[in-house]
Design a protein around this ligand. Structure first.
Ligand SMILES: O=P(O)(O)OC[C@H]1O[C@@H](O)[C@H](O)[C@@H](O)[C@@H]1O
Length: 480
């Protein structure tokens, strides 16, 4: 984008017989390489800047300004037979469209045979379109070559996601800015929010999946508790059935619409999330589930974790006996298996050049505010959180505290015990939630996330019921 001043003649308001030149700001989009290559000694616009599609908080287009001051003159006459080897020096500034097959803008080998140069910079400037590209980050893609003070080559990638990639985990907040789909037309303005910049793959939606999985299990558990025999179901049961399912779908619609509204998802991704959230509930044989999920490329690293969350909740309600009987060793074994399976699979693919964390780079590149990119949204953070919960649950259920508190569950003071547990657990969860592990060291962050998640069930299933049972037990004794 070039900003300059043009002068227009106007009458001086204070002296109408006089004319004055009034400066006016002009803006011009430089949309081809030829327009954005400024020859030496040519007149430059006053301001040149790389504009992004987003706006800053004053409503001005984001971007960064390029300022060039140089007193250098001609390098060699352009008619010289060796000029092409140093043709970058023709320009004060040149913006070109970079392609993957063009790793460099010049080459030291040009010096060896300047008459037949390996790379000719001037050939890059062949009038290709350069608008609707991502603004390159100055540190990573701006190349100033030592000894080439006048040449500033800015590049932008041509590896753009095709429209079909929205089926493979692209999120709208980056896809819209990153795609060639809109050609020379302007792409829709996408407003980002603090929750937009998720770093994992967008398909299927983890929030929709979690909401559907958890609420499905809650609704069906409540209905089976209220239902009794099929034949003896009363009007009250059917009223409850209607209210609960309306509630279920109301929650799903709100979750899905909010995810689409903040540009974190396309509609098909949240719909897939809701339905996979329901399917993910047991009975999928335990070790088979992460393997099933590997069929969904975009959700690969997230899958075991998501499965685990859905499964942990579902088991609690639907197969209560199993989850209570499983030994700590079993919990530990499952935790280790899921961790090593996911890590191993990730590393295996990585050695073959497949980076399952490709979405992280997209988020960092396209999020309008770097502080909105949170490490706790990464698939690995999610995996460790859910593994922590599983581990903590196993630890709590096999603890002495849990055995002790279970005794009171058959006792007299069941209602105060349960209400006390709910209130104390909510309070504790709130306190846990306020603790944010420091994110400057990734390993420390992941380790602390795991510990924090393990502490949650340990507190809610072990410690809190134990303390309350002791308290109520003492009161019982005093009363007796
Ligand atoms: O895919 P969505 O809806 O943006 O949800 C992403 C979230 O999905 C959850 O399952 C993960 O635990 C979170 O870490 C992640 O941030």
């Amino acid at each position: 984008m070039a900003h300059d001043m043009a002068f227009e003649m106007t009458r001086a308001p204070w002296s109408p017989e006089q004319q004055i030149e009034r400066p006016r700001l002009t803006k011009q989009v430089l949309d081809t390489e030829d327009q954005a290559a400024f020859r030496l000694q040519s007149k430059m616009p006053r301001y040149i800047y790389f504009a992004a599609n987003s706006k800053n908080k004053w409503g001005h287009q984001r971007g960064y300004r390029i300022q060039i001051t140089s007193f250098a003159g001609d390098h060699v006459p352009e008619a010289s037979s060796m000029e092409r080897a140093i043709s970058w020096a023709r320009y004060q500034l040149a913006v070109t469209r970079r392609k993957e097959e063009e790793p460099t803008s010049t080459s030291i080998y040009n010096q060896n045979d300047p008459w037949m140069p390996t790379v000719t910079f001037a050939d890059f400037i062949n009038n290709e379109t350069i608008t609707r590209r991502s603004p390159p980050a100055p540190a990573s893609t701006t190349r100033t070559t030592p000894g080439h003070p006048l040449s500033l080559l800015l590049t932008s990638s041509t590896t753009r996601p095709s429209p079909m990639r929205i089926l493979f985990g692209e999120r709208p907040y980056w896809w819209v800015l990153d795609t060639d789909y809109y050609g020379n037309n302007s792409a829709p303005e996408i407003q980002q929010f603090p929750l937009t910049c998720e770093t994992g793959p967008g398909s299927p939606s983890g929030h929709a999946m979690g909401a559907a999985g958890v609420y499905y299990v809650m609704v069906t558990a409540l209905l089976s508790a209220a239902g009794g025999e099929k034949q003896s179901r009363t009007l009250r049961y059917w009223l409850l059935w209607t209210v609960l399912w309306i509630g279920f779908w109301a929650v799903q619609v709100c979750v899905c619409m909010s995810r689409v509204f903040i540009a974190a998802h396309f509609p098909h991704q949240v719909i897939a999330g809701v339905f996979s959230g329901e399917w993910i509930r047991p009975p999928i044989p335990f070790p088979a589930a992460p393997l099933c999920w590997t069929a969904v490329p975009a959700a690969l690293t997230n899958a075991p974790a998501l499965f685990l969350a859905g499964m942990a909740v579902a088991k609690t309600f639907q197969h209560i006996r199993f989850i209570y009987r499983a030994s700590f060793h079993r919990y530990l074994g499952i935790t280790l298996f899921l961790f090593s399976f996911t890590l191993g699979f990730y590393l295996l693919l990585w050695t073959f050049g497949v980076d399952l964390l490709w979405t992280l780079e997209k988020a960092q590149k396209w999020c309008s505010r770097p502080e909105w990119v949170h490490i706790d949204t990464t698939p690995f953070a999610s995996l460790l959180r859910n593994l922590g919960i599983l581990f903590g649950l196993g630890l709590a259920l096999n603890s002495h505290m849990y055995q002790e508190s279970s005794r009171l569950k058959q006792g007299q003071q069941l209602l105060p015990f349960r209400l006390g547990c709910i209130a104390a657990s909510l309070l504790t969860l709130h306190i846990f939630d306020a603790f944010k592990p420091p994110s400057h060291t990734q390993l420390l962050f992941y380790a602390l996330s795991f510990c924090k998640s393990a502490a949650v069930p340990l507190a809610a299933v072990g410690l809190i019921p134990y303390c309350l049972s002791q308290l109520l037990g003492t009161q019982d004794k005093k009363a007796a």
